[in-house]
Design a protein. Structure first.
Ligand SMILES: C[S@@+](CC[C@H](N)C(=O)[O-])C[C@H]1O[C@@H](n2cnc3c(N)ncnc32)[C@H](O)[C@@H]1O
Length: 244
C-alpha cells in the first residue's frame, strides 16, 4: 500500500531548515485522523504556511492522493532554503506543489483571497525575545517573540482573508501561546474551533486546533479554557453549531 505520509528517508535537509519534529508529526497525525473529512471536503486549494522541510505539505498531498484530483497545493516559507528543501522532498515523493518564498502569503493575497479550502500551519511558536523573530535562517523556524505569538498573530488575519467560506485552518500551538485566547480572537471573526489533537512531550504541550467558519459562533456564550497543564476544560469545542 502507498504511504499516506512523507517518508523520513526521502526527506531532504539543510542546516538552516527545520527538520520534522514532534510538532510536525502531531500536525500530520491530526490531519490523518481527519482524513475522511478532508476527502469529503473536496478542497480546491490546500495551502501550508511555513513549509520548512516539506514534511507536512508532502504528507497532505500523499494522504489526499487520488481523492485530491484537481486540487492545487501551495506552500510558502520565508526561508528560501526551506523552499528549496521542500521542492526536493516533494520530488523524492513524486509530489508537486506551488512553492513560494515569501512572508506568510505576501504577494499571493489578491489571487488567493477567499479561495483556500484547507490551510495548515506549524508556526514559530516558542516564546523568545522579540528581536529574535524574523531572523533569517533556522532561527525563523521557532522564534515566536512574546508568548510565542508574534508570528501567529500575523498569520491569523491572513488566514481569515484567504480562507474560503468552507475553509478549514489547522494550527499548531503551545500552551504558552494561550490557545484559548487564540480561539476567542478567531471566534470574534466568526470561527468555531476544536482541539483535534493534544500531545505532551518532555518539552512542551502541543495543541492542534482546527478552525472553521460558523455564523452562529459570534453569538454563542463564553468558551472553555485550556489549563496550564494543557488539558481543555469543557469539551474542547469553542462555539459552532456544527462539529467538523
Ligand atoms: C516550526 S517550523 C515548521 C516547519 C514545517 N512546517 C514542519 O512542520 O516541520 C516553522 C516554519 O515557518 C517558517 N516561517 C517563519 N516565519 C515565517 C513567515 N513570516 N512566513 C512564512 N514562513 C515563516 C520557518 O522558516 C519554518 O520553516
Amino acid at each position: 500500500m502507498l504511504s499516506r505520509t512523507a517518508q523520513i528517508r526521502l526527506m531532504s535537509s539543510h542546516p538552516e531548515v527545520y527538520d520534522p519534529c514532534d510538532d510536525s508529526f502531531a500536525l500530520v497525525d491530526a490531519l490523518l485522523a481527519d482524513r475522511a473529512n478532508l476527502v469529503e471536503h473536496h478542497p480546491s486549494i490546500c495551502m501550508e504556511v511555513g513549509c520548512g522541510s516539506g514534511y507536512v505539505i508532502t504528507s497532505l498531498v500523499l494522504m489526499l492522493g487520488e481523492d485530491s484530483t484537481g486540487c492545487h497545493f501551495i506552500a510558502t516559507d520565508i526561508n528560501p532554503h526551506a523552499v528549496g528543501v521542500t521542492r526536493k522532498t516533494m520530488e523524492a515523493h513524486g509530489c508537486h506543489a506551488e512553492l513560494v518564498t515569501t512572508d506568510i502569503a505576501s504577494g499571493l493575497e489578491m489571487r488567493l483571497a477567499g479561495s483556500v479550502d484547507v490551510m495548515v500551519v506549524n508556526p514559530p511558536y516558542v516564546p523568545t525575545p522579540e528581536y529574535e523573530v524574523g531572523q533569517f535562517g533556522i532561527a525563523s523556524a521557532w522564534a515566536g517573540g512574546e508568548n510565542g505569538r508574534s508570528v501567529i498573530d500575523k498569520i491569523l488575519p491572513v488566514a481569515d482573508k484567504l480562507l474560503s467560506d468552507k475553509g478549514w485552518l489547522y494550527l499548531v500551538t503551545l500552551t504558552a501561546n494561550n490557545p484559548s485566547e487564540i480561539c476567542l480572537q478567531m471566534r470574534k471573526k466568526g470561527y468555531a474551533s476544536r482541539i483535534v489533537l493534544q500531545r505532551s512531550t518532555e518539552e512542551e504541550s502541543l495543541h492542534i486546533i482546527k478552525f472553521w467558519r460558523d455564523l452562529d459562533t459570534q453569538l454563542e456564550p463564553p468558551i472553555p479554557t485550556i489549563t496550564p497543564n494543557g488539558s481543555s476544560g469543557g469539551n474542547g469545542f469553542l462555539g459552532g453549531g456544527r462539529n467538523y
